[in-house]
Structure formats: structure tokens, C-alpha cells
Design a protein around this ligand. Sequence first.
Ligand code: SF4
Length: 325
Amino acid sequence: MTVAARDMNDTILRVDRLRVAYDHPLGAVRAVDEVSFSLRPHERFGLAGESGSGKSTMSLAILRMIKPPGRIEGGEVWLGDIALSTLSADAMRALRLAGIAMVPQGSMNSLNPVVRIRDQIRDALADHGLTPGRRALDERVAGLLTQVGLPADVAGKYPHELSGGMKQRACIAIAICLRPKVIIADEPTSALDVVVQKQVMQTLGRVQQDLGAAIILVGHDMGLMAQFVDRLGIMYAGRLVEVAPIRTIITAPRHPYTRMLIDSLPSLDHRGGLRGIPGLAPLLRELPAGCAFHPRCPQAVERCRTEKPAVRPMGPDATVACHLA
Ligand code: SF4
């Protein structure tokens, strides 16, 4: 295994000019376009954007889980001083869960319906060469279930015997069984009602603190992002168009798309109709020239129709891709 080194001061994960394409008879479609960002240890980073903006594809690319016809075209992901592209398939499999773990979007689809929760945790451990005896396994499972706020008897249950919130917590228990340094939570509460959603997010936040892990929360719920993350990245048409600390991005967004996403949030002071974003996100295989947002952007100028805006730093923690920022 080749391990390339670089200065990773205060950075646990670095995504560097990552590109993902999907092959299509009419030509390859780029779903993730030169995305770069880094994550500090313990940081909560949000990735938001409309459906099809590339945020879930990027999560899968970080874990090298893109399946054909998709492929990683270029760029690099570093976990600490390990360049993930240099790892063999076996080393990468070992790194999933132990280094970076995913809490998936649909717990119902990711839990095996015919295997008890204890055995699903046992299988995850066994995949990483750990085969504790029955007593040690029971203790470990009980500890994990307590950590995610589930009673110990959940160990002997099948997924269908659990509520939606309990299933999502069981998924979190599996994701943290090897104490990963980075947790990617892809819309972890999308199918849950608001009360359960809040409980699951509290559990996720507590677990993250217990482990001292960093977290990437992927989703489109800006209200949830505002409450949970330290820094937010906004994706549009496969690009990361803005990154900034959450307080800055909510109060003073630089990119017109971010501003419109925030303006579309319901507010208690703002009675009256909700404001949406006009038009639809473009199809990735029919991206407009120049800035992909220009057909929907109220501030677009002539230059926006022909010239793609570069991603520019805006201080140590922020970037933006807009000609006018
Ligand atoms: Fe709008 Fe132009 Fe900025 Fe794109 S580059 S977001 S079209 S102002």
C-alpha cells in the first residue's frame, strides 16, 4: 500500500478537485465537478443543495463507492495523511467504518430485514477481522445501543420490529461500531417526522462528540443545517458554489443561489406565501454555458452566460464561485 503524505495540519479530511462522471450514450455527464473542501477534526460540515446537485454522489465518491456507469474521473480524497486513491480495494474496504463511516439515507434499505440487529453489528465487525466471543459481542452491542439511546433488547430484534427512528439509530450504532474519524450522514432523517428527526439529530450530535469525530451532513433542509452544522457548503449542478461558516452564510450569503435558498425558508416573522426559486435545476447533460445558475439568477450579467465563475477563497473558511461576489 502506497501512502502519500502531505501537510494535514488541523485537517482530518481533504477533498481535492474531485470529479465524478456518469457514462451515457450521448456523452459522459459530470455529476461532481472539481469539488474541493476540507474538514477539521470534530467539525460539523453541511452539504446542501437541490436533488441532483451532486451532494450524494460526492459522499459516495469520498468512500470510493461509485458504481458503473459512474466513475471517479479525477481529484483526490485524503483521510489524514492517506490518499484514498492509493489504497487497494481491500484496504479501502477496511477503511470504511474504521476511518470513514456512512449513515445511509434509508435505514429500511440499508438494514438487512432478515438479520437481527446484534448479528448485523457482528457482521460489520467480522468484515473488519474482529470476531469477539458471544459475551464480548453482547457487551459491545449493548454499549453501542446505549450510545445511540436504544434499549439493550433491540439487539435481539429484527428491523421490522423497530420504529423508523429506532431503525435510524440502529444504523448509527452500526456506523460507529469501529469508532470512525469521519461520519457521513446522507439525509439521515429524510423519512422521519419532525419530533423523531430532532431526536435522531441529537443522537447523531452526541455520538459525534463522544467519538471526537467530524461529520458531513448531507441534505436539503436548510433549517436543519442551520441548527446542526458549523460550516455549510452549497452545491449546484455538481459544483460547490459557496462554503462559509453557518452564521455567515445564513446572515450574509455571497452566492445568489445560497441567498435564494435561505429566502425560501419559512419564517415566523414572514407571514404570507413561501418564496421558491424560479425555474428548475438544469439537467447535468444539458448544462448551460457559463455559470450553470445563470438562467435562474436574478443578478446575471452578460459575462455569466459565457464564462464559468472560478471558485475563489473568501477568507480562511469560505469560498464562492460567482463573478459578482
Ligand atoms: Fe448569478 Fe452570474 Fe453569479 Fe452565476 S456568476 S450566480 S449567474 S451573478
